[in-house]
Design a protein around this ligand. Sequence first.
Ligand code: EPU
Length: 459
Amino acid sequence: MNSLVKDAKKAGERVGLISDTITIHGGKPLNGRIRVRGAKNLATKAMVAALLGSSESVLRDVPNISDVKVVRDLLEVHGVLVTETAPGVLHLDPRNVLQAHFAEIDAHAGSSRIPILFCGPLLHKLGEAFIPDLGGCRIGNRPINFHLDALRAFGAVVDKSYEGIHLTAPDGLKGAKIEFPYPSVGATEQVLLTAVLAKGTTELKNAAIEPEIMDLIAILQKMGAIISVEPNRVILIEGVEELGGYVHTALFDRNEAASWASAALATGGSIFVEGAHQIDLMTFLNVFRKAGGAFDIEDDGIRFYHPNPGHPLKPVNVETDVHPGFMTDWQQPLIVALTQAEGRSVVHETVYENRLGFTSALNEMGAEIVVHEHGLDGDYRRVPKRDLEQAAVIVGPTKLKAANVHVPDLRGGFSYLIAALAAEGTSTVSNMGIISRGYEHIVDKLDQLGADFTFEAQD
Ligand code: EPU
């Protein structure tokens, strides 16, 4: 049954359902203070790491999002005892890890990409792993060939079927020499989570070095692992016999912080993001400043604001890249702000092949954005990166008008929220549950920032 949730707090505390819809009366700046907690893209991996331990782990600052729920459920069906002793504090006890039933695992098919990271830990603990069909945002093909090739290099036998992936390791897992064609975040995590208990040393070349990966390495080191990050994207892992538990506070969510920064810019407002740290946002902050945004860095967070509300922003040329480049997850919310820049901005997406499709709804709202399927040559580029790149050319400023839009993916969905908040008139944004995969208490936070909306949730 549908019901109108007037109490934003109540709505914010629940993890949303796909069918939730928000009605936004836009054209007002977002002003106020919100707090970001641990990163979706670290907390979920840290939870998987707990499987490797022989004693309990404690993870703090875990956000209340549906991706965390999926990982928690999958840990529980494998016998990990998970208890939340205070909001965002998870105790994960892996002392009774057991084989899960196919149906219990399969219940999570299509809901997230994180289950692929259970491979190594389950192989170590049980000698066998079954991984359901993966989900995650539809932003490109998102193959898992680097993961499976790496697992085979460790000695795993991989059997893929329409139901999922079945893995065994008849001779145990042994350290390997692996070089990725591209520094994939997930595949680097796969190697780390597998190599720490493999026999011998693993050398990984062309590894991803995102801050979330460094935080995962810090967690594994707390557990007893020996991992060294060498120059030029090389990571060496010396396998150990046994790992203990960890106590760790998750790295803050850089993607959420950058999303709220773009929301402040697009709506001509000012948002203090408690928990944001400058060091992990340096590349974003440079672009934010070049686009005409301003920020004040405090010990406990960063205030992002539009210094001249009512005046246009400045156009920028941005190219998404692996760390320390401009993250792909930051471009979607930023594009909404760039519709308010005077002149022509160019955003090249080089990580995923389909992460600019969300712009068509922005055009329906009055934006002027053209997507070029194969990127642009010339002065806009440093070096062409990959075959799959695309470019969005955004010409502004254009007044945004209200519309009824449907969330396509996590970051695209947040971008639609920003566009609806910036647009004059009443918009609806449906399929809100996708946003709750990665943004904690979204409705509550919009309320704290003074947004004018009603939220329709399913009971
Ligand atoms: N790739 C392959 N083969 C593989 C793995 C990756 O070709 O086996 C390609 C992908 O198709 C893509 C590129 O490599 O073109 C990068 O993918 P990567 O593996 O680095 O990304 P991921 O681990 O699947 C994580 C985040 C994403 C974030 C990217 C890039 C999680 C759960 N997801 O994805 O986050 O965009 O790294 O930083 O950590 C989001 O939060 O909205 C999100 C999509």
